[in-house]
Design a protein around this ligand. Structure first.
Ligand code: NAP
Length: 273
């Protein structure tokens, strides 16, 4: 059931039938012009997957960068999310997201966290799929227990689950559980998240693997994710980093290198959810 990553086209076909890029840009904490510029730089450099959320207060800026890119809408994949405080009036929240983004439709809408009325909100997303407002739907910060409880209550299987994943927090039980349901896994905080990147990028094991390949630690971590079947959305406002984060397909980690990084797991979450 696991969905296969196509490293040739750098995409994966979701259970909804749509193709999603394997690497993208995350926009958490990028606001205003910094967001517009970062997303524009990413699009110029071939990035076609953008992750935003109601809670990031930058859907309008993401939409602006997409519209001004000159790239056909159909080639860009935009993910946004409904926050739990929107779950009681989900239809309104969906229409607001569409309006702020201004890009005709949403490629992927996620529920940002479990919360009161999450099933109701998901059902509204299912209806919006039927109406053509949204193409694919999914969840974020749902783990095994939450999925076991949630899935029997809905009719469209999520296409994506987006959870915290990095070498110090690997979710090695959760990832295969989700993938075996035919759901694609995407990792947030791939580089550990702001405040933690120096430690992770400076990790001796990762640095030595990076040196052996003539790559950066960031590229090694992102590649490790891809080889585990996890889609990556690193956040950056630095064009050199944005570029670097796209160059993930011209090297391969050996099984031994994968195992060395797997052994770094500390079950250390870098955020509360
Ligand atoms: P992250 O990607 O782990 O780390 C971002 C940090 O890494 C920034 O400080 C960035 O600095 C630095 N960086 C990026 N590329 C680099 C490179 N090649 N070399 C060195 N440093 C590099 O953290 P994040 O952006 O917070 O998380 C990724 C995305 O996941 C978010 O943007 C958001 O879209 C999503 N997210 C989702 C949830 C959720 O609950 N669903 C929660 C958190 C995040 P520069 O700007 O200087 O490059």
């Amino acid at each position: 059931m696991e969905r296969v990553f196509d490293f040739g086209t750098k995409t994966v076909t979701l259970n909804s039938g749509y193709k999603m890029p394997l690497n993208g840009i995350g926009t958490y904490s990028l606001t205003g012009n910094i967001c517009v510029n970062s997303v524009s730089e990413a699009l110029k450099r071939g990035v076609r997957l953008i992750d935003t959320a109601y809670m990031y207060h930058n859907e309008a800026e993401v939409g602006e960068a997409v519209r001004n890119s000159g790239i056909p809408r159909s080639e860009i994949f935009v993910i946004t999310k409904l926050y739990p405080n929107q779950f009681s009036e989900p239809e309104k929240a969906i229409d607001e997201a569409l309006e702020k983004l201004g890009i005709q439709y949403i490629d992927m809408l996620l529920l940002h966290h479990p919360g009161t009325n999450d099933v109701k909100a998901y059902k509204a997303m299912e209806q919006a799929v039927r109406e053509g407002k949204i193409r694919s739907i999914g969840l974020s910060n749902w783990y095994i227990e939450e999925l076991e409880e949630f899935l029997p209550q809905v009719s469209i299987t999520p296409a994506l689950v987006q959870n915290e994943i990095h070498p110090y927090y690997q979710e090695n039980d959760v990832i295969p559980y989700i993938q075996n349901l035919g759901i694609v896994v995407q990792g947030w905080y791939p580089l550990g998240g702001r405040g933690h990147t120096a430690e992770l990028l400076g990790d001796e094991t990762i640095s030595s693997i990076a040196a052996a390949h003539g790559k950066s630690s960031a590229q090694v971590i992102l590649r490790w994710n891809l080889q585990k079947g996890v889609v990556v959305i690193p956040g950056s406002s630095n064009p050199a980093h944005i570029q670097e984060n796209t160059e993930l397909y011209d090297f391969e980690l050996t099984d031994e290198e994968m195992n060395k990084i797997n052994a770094l797991d500390r079950n250390e979450k870098h955020d509360w959810y």
